[in-house]
Design a protein around this ligand. Structure first.
Ligand code: MOS
Length: 748
């Protein structure tokens, strides 16, 4: 097949809609007679509601109803009805279920009014009396009660079985490092708040505009919870203003909006406030410990990585955090453990490569500490312990060009000019530090269906239920489809984010390009075959004896490769078949055999320069080179943008992002964007992205591995390592804030 668009930089097809404000988001859809809901949040972290007085709220003119646990309509009784597609094991939280409070900020009432301001005002008049119980939100205080989760979360590998004897090997190692690491709890903080607009279509039918990374996940949640038939619930979310994992699971505003709409038999919208965005999932807290043992020749003898992470009292949230330490390097003695401890907070959620930047911050910091102690270059240490296979599972990699990533990244960065001695590089009053780290993330393909429809006017439509969360999915699917039928991209329309479209899992895990991309290509190829058959079947067809391998599809013509003057037009081919359109729906599935034999990961090598003003404690990340090996790149322009976004997330993790708990109140204090810091333009300097050539024929039929998350992985570790190189201070708790830089962290 001729590739005109695949592999070429293309601007976003949805760009004009977004910059002109014409792209509608969940809280912007409207309906006649739309009512507005405002959520009342719990003021205590644990206990029960003894009294809830809604009289004053109900008396406000324009208030339609106030829903509480006392008057909420009946919904599914069984807990598993609330378990969405990506829920961890446990009993999902149910809004307004009963008087029990299990976390601070839990919704305790929904005020529905004729407009938003009335609802908000009336919400302030709802009087809730609580009987508080002692809560515990501090992981350090509950770590003694840590346990191995009895039920594994679907799709998440638990830590691999230990290999060798890490304890004995550590004891016998001449050079060792061991330390504890921690990152702050982080909230996703997408620009678009969580919102749901339920349009009442009459006859118990609803159209739901939800902020969700998988329209079908919300659809099946609604049908299970409210006992509605699938045909009466359509979920549509064509655009997402960022989610980063917070939109994988249906959030409580969806439940509340649908509940209110069904009960009131009218359209209802519920939008959460920015501070309520801190009353749902977050990147979990975790106490990590890494111990490494090596010989003098810098070969790893022992790796141990232990983690105790927090979860809620009602679900066992799990992510792959320590696993990376068992697969990244060659080592015969490895133990990794992952335990959970319950805190009185909401359940953590997948966030921006869940687990990987966390676990690798610890592991790649420890590797840097080991390199320093051994007196070897950090890149040399990684190359000396390079693992050709995944030793944690004894599987081959579908492809792994991490070695090339180290080399190309180091070269572009100018790593060879680094003076290994901490505090040795200075300019004016600034200390300069160069650090690096490795990154890895899963490259998955998930079963996905897509439909392609070609019409006589030469237009092609491709459709799949998956979402474009701002990553470029609309654009890459358009490229793939255009190539398959030799059309310009303007002739292709891609439809996404609609539960009525062909089946797709949630958009997440970086699997969408490989999965939806393969499905779209399959469907388009089916159309191509049908089209070719009718072109060949035409009376006196110039393609009468041709086979599909020897024709090209280009400019609405199907022509012989050997003689382009012999062709059939697309319109004639359709006419010959006697149809207005050709349509095909296909399902792309990963190969079971490949999955059995191989593991598939993307990799990266991140090189960072920081400049530190020691007197002010200010750290600036002035230069980053991220060399990424992720198979074939469909669109270098949107791909670069993906990686840059991930790298900026990494800067946030290293220097800014921190949800600060007040354990006394059992809640996060800085629940707003003034006090929860994310990197702004002034924090982001030079980022260079290199895509390392990597041939992968096994991960997906397209040779694509996915890019959504690898950009963040390794970045925070590389920044922390650069800060050590600049200052001689090893900071093992993220974010690296001013107090830690000028404080008394361990010196070199
Ligand atoms: Mo991602 S954390 O799977 O949205």
């Amino acid at each position: 097949m001729h590739e005109t668009h695949f592999g070429s930089p293309r601007s976003r097809v949805d760009g004009p809609l977004k910059v002109t404000g014409a792209a509608p988001y969940a809280g912007e859809f409207t309906a006649p007679d739309l009512a507005h809901g405002y959520v009342v949040s719990s003021a205590i972290a644990k206990g029960r509601i003894t009294r809830i007085d809604t009289k004053d709220a109900l008396a406000v003119p324009g208030v339609v109803q106030v829903f509480t646990h006392e008057n909420r309509p009946r919904t599914a009784f069984r807990s598993n009805a609330y378990q969405d597609e990506v829920a961890p094991p446990g009993k999902p939280f149910r809004a307004l279920y009963d008087e029990t409070i299990v976390y601070s900020g839990q919704p305790v009432a929904l005020v529905v009014a004729e407009d938003f301001e009335i609802a908000r005002y009336a919400a302030s008049l709802v009087r809730v009396t609580y009987e508080a119980e002692a809560h515990e939100t501090d992981l350090e205080k509950v770590q003694a009660k840590a346990y191995v989760p009895p039920v594994k979360r679907q799709g998440i590998s638990p830590p691999p079985k230990p290999r060798g004897d890490s304890e004995a090997a550590f004891g016998a190692s001449p050079v060792t490092v061991e330390a504890g690491y921690r990152i702050a709890v982080e909230h996703h903080n997408p620009m678009e708040p969580h919102a749901t607009t339920v349009v009442w279509e009459g006859d118990e039918r609803i159209t739901v505009h939800d902020k969700i990374q998988g329209a079908q996940n919300s659809q099946s949640y609604i049908t299970a919870v409210f006992g509605l038939p699938q045909k009466d619930v359509r979920v549509v979310s064509p655009f997402i203003g960022g989610a980063f994992g917070s939109g994988l699971r249906p959030q409580y505003q969806l439940f509340l909006a649908v509940m209110a709409a069904l009960e009131l038999k009218r359209s209802v919208r519920v939008v959460l406030t920015r501070d309520q965005m801190f009353t749902m999932g977050y990147r979990p807290d975790g106490l990590q410990n890494v111990a490494l043992g090596a010989n003098q020749d810098a070969t790893l003898q022992s790796i141990r990585h232990d983690l105790i992470a927090n979860t809620s009292t009602f679900e066992d949230y799990q992510e792959a955090t320590v696993n990376w330490s068992a697969m990244l390097y060659h080592c015969d003695n490895v133990t990794t453990t992952h335990k959970l401890a319950k805190t009185d907070l909401y359940t953590p959620a997948d966030m921006r490569a869940p687990g990987a930047p966390t676990g690798l911050f610890a592991m790649e910091s420890a590797m840097d500490e080991l390199a320093h102690k051994l007196g070897v270059d950090p890149v040399t240490l990684r190359l000396r312990n390079y693992a050709d296979i995944d030793e944690s599972t004894n599987k081959y990699h579908t492809s792994k060009e991490l070695r090339a990533a180290y080399q190309l990244g180091a070269e572009r960065f100018g790593w060879s000019k680094r003076n290994p001695k901490p505090r040795s590089m200075k300019e004016g009053r600034e200390l300069i530090g160069w650090g690096m780290a490795s990154g890895a993330w899963e490259a998955q393909m998930a079963q996905t269906s897509a439909r392609a429809t070609l019409t006589a006017d030469g237009r092609l439509e491709v459709a799949c239920a998956t979402a474009d969360v701002g990553t470029g999915t609309y654009t890459i699917l358009t490229q793939i489809a255009a190539d398959a039928l030799g059309l310009p991209m303007e002739k292709v329309t891609t439809k996404l984010g609609d539960s009525s479209l062909p089946k797709s899992p949630v958009e997440g895990g970086s699997w969408t390009a490989a999965s939806a991309g393969s499905a779209v290509e399959l469907a388009c190829h089916k159309v191509r075959e049908t089209l070719f058959k009718s072109a060949r079947g035409l009376d006196h067809s110039p393609l009468a004896n041709a086979d599909i391998e020897r024709v090209t599809f280009h400019g609405e013509r199907i022509a012989l490769v050997s003689d382009s003057s012999r062709f059939v037009t697309l319109a004639d081919a359709l006419k010959a078949a006697g149809v207005e359109k050709i349509e095909a729906e296909e399902t792309a599935s990963p190969s079971k055999l490949t999955q059995m034999r191989y593991n598939s990961f993307t990799h990266s090598a991140v090189f960072v320069e920081v400049r530190v003003d020691e007197e002010l404690g200010q750290v600036r990340v002035t230069r980053i080179v991220d060399a990424v090996a992720a198979g074939r790149i469909i669109n270098p322009k949107t791909a670069r943008s993906q990686i840059m976004g991930g790298v900026v997330f990494g800067i946030g993790m290293a220097l800014h992002e921190e949800s600060m708990p007040d354990h006394n109140l059992g809640r996060f204090m800085n629940h707003n964007l003034a006090e929860y810091h994310v990197p702004v333009n002034a924090d982001v300097h030079d980022i260079e992205v290199i895509f390392v050539e990597e041939h992968d024929t096994l991960t997906s039929p397209l040779g694509v591995k996915g890019l959504g998350e690898i950009g963040i992985v390794g970045t925070a570790a590389a920044i922390a390592n650069a800060v050590f190189h600049a200052t001689g201070k090893r900071i093992r708790e993220l974010p690296i804030t001013i107090d830690k830089v000028i404080g008394t962290a361990e010196a070199a």
